[in-house]
Design a protein around this ligand. Structure first.
Ligand SMILES: C=C(O[C@@H]1C=C(C(=O)O)C=C[C@H]1O)C(=O)O
Length: 379
């Protein structure tokens, strides 16, 4: 375990020498910050997700996913004390041309609704990117503010010379697996969190989230090598100033090595792409008018060896040997994120469109979601 100062110095050195690294804290243990520091300048990728390390994959499934390999990295960690950072309600930065952005996002939404009425697809997730000034704020200081502000998210900073600096605070698990057990979630429907107010969901949000659950559930049930698929009751999940509807879905894989096939079946899920997947993806690529890059892709720990302490009990030795080589994967969908480039933060936000969508509300939803990153850009 490193001291916080030492830990962030190591990250800064890595950034100064332009070598890939990732630092992150997971929702279940949010004060523990871990990092993979790649030892050399090399560029690694993973196609089948059978490698071990930290993966950073784009939205478009056929494009390569970067990997910081476990075997080529220094792994460091620290306990993070966020008490020195400004917290609570903060102001937020605004971009200059929001009227133009509003008009073009609403036009995009209207075009999608026409397409839904024609029967081309049932749901499509439409997004935009917005550039705001990050000023003189240093990337690692922004990351520390995100860590102190969003305790229940997967908070990360990723750097690779070929992708630039990305960071975010995502609420959405793509797949979590340990040995042959796996878990995923159907997350959709959005409203602003208001303290002290009871939460009611409208039909549009309930239906939209049910689409996502039933697509994931059916896709998993139909897949070879997947068993015992179960879905929880939907519940409300808070992510910063935003609320979503969430259903947890669990199951079993025939082999722990099949994680790549599972991810291939899920990504991009209807929570970030649409339904049916192919026609929604086509609409996104033809109409969004910008490149999502790694926004709504996925990132996280891939096939990480699980540390298991052996006991001296001889009767259980077979089991223990199995446990000693078991691996864990925890991948998140890259949402509520931004790319930092020469003092400019490009924030990425989107939302699901169905036949019942109202263009102005959909614009407002992206504005609300953009606050997650905007509020960490103020000194
Ligand atoms: C697409 C985003 O979020 C996704 C879309 C949601 C929605 O349409 O309500 C809710 C949660 C996420 O699955 C985003 O945050 O940019």
């Amino acid at each position: 375990m490193n001291s916080q100062l030492e830990f962030f110095d190591r990250l800064q050195d890595q950034l100064d020498s332009q070598k890939p690294f990732v630092a992150y804290s997971k929702p279940e243990n949010n004060s523990r910050v871990k990092a993979f520091l790649q030892k050399e300048m090399m560029s690694y990728s993973t196609n089948d997700l059978k490698d071990s390390g930290f993966v950073f994959a784009p939205f478009q499934p056929e494009k390569p996913a970067y990997l910081i390999p476990y075997d080529h990295s220094d792994l460091i960690e620290c306990e993070f004390d966020g008490s020195n950072y400004e917290n609570g309600e903060s102001r937020s930065v605004e971009s200059a041309n929001s009227e133009t952005q509003k008009t073009s996002h609403e036009k995009l939404v209207k075009d999608a609704i026409l397409e839904i009425e024609k029967g081309s697809f049932e749901k499509v997730v439409l997004s935009r990117s917005e550039a705001v000034q990050a000023g003189a704020l240093k990337p690692l200081n922004i990351f520390q503010t995100i860590l102190s502000k969003y305790a229940t998210a997967m908070v990360y900073i990723w750097f690779h010379p070929e992708t630039g600096i990305w960071m975010g605070a995502t609420p959405e698990t793509l797949v979590e697996s340990h040995r042959t057990n796996f878990k995923t979630m159907a997350l959709a429907g959005t409203q602003l969190y208001k303290e002290g107010h009871s939460v009611n969901w409208g039909t549009k949000e309930i239906e939209e989230q049910e689409f996502v659950t039933s697509y994931i559930y059916t896709a998993l049930q139909e897949m070879d090598g997947i068993y015992q698929v179960k879905a929880s009751e939907p519940y409300t999940k808070r992510a910063g100033n935003i609320l979503h509807i969430c259903t947890d879905i669990t199951g079993k894989l025939k082999s722990a090595r099949d994680i790549g096939e599972l991810v291939k079946a899920l990504h991009p899920t209807p929570a970030v792409c649409g339904l049916p997947k192919e026609s929604a993806l086509r609409f996104i690529l033809d109409n969004e008018n910008y490149d999502r890059q790694y926004y709504s892709g996925f990132l996280g720990e891939l096939n990480i060896k699980n540390e298991v302490k052996r006991s001296g009990n001889r009767r259980n030795q077979e089991n223990q040997q199995f446990a000693a080589i078991s691996t864990k994967t925890h991948l998140f969908v890259n949402l509520r994120c931004m790319k930092i480039d020469s003092g400019i933060a490009n924030i990425f936000v989107g939302g699901g469109i169905t036949k019942d969508s109202k263009p102005e509300d959909e614009w407002q939803e992206t504005v609300n979601k953009s606050q997650t990153m905007k509020t960490v850009l103020v000194k």
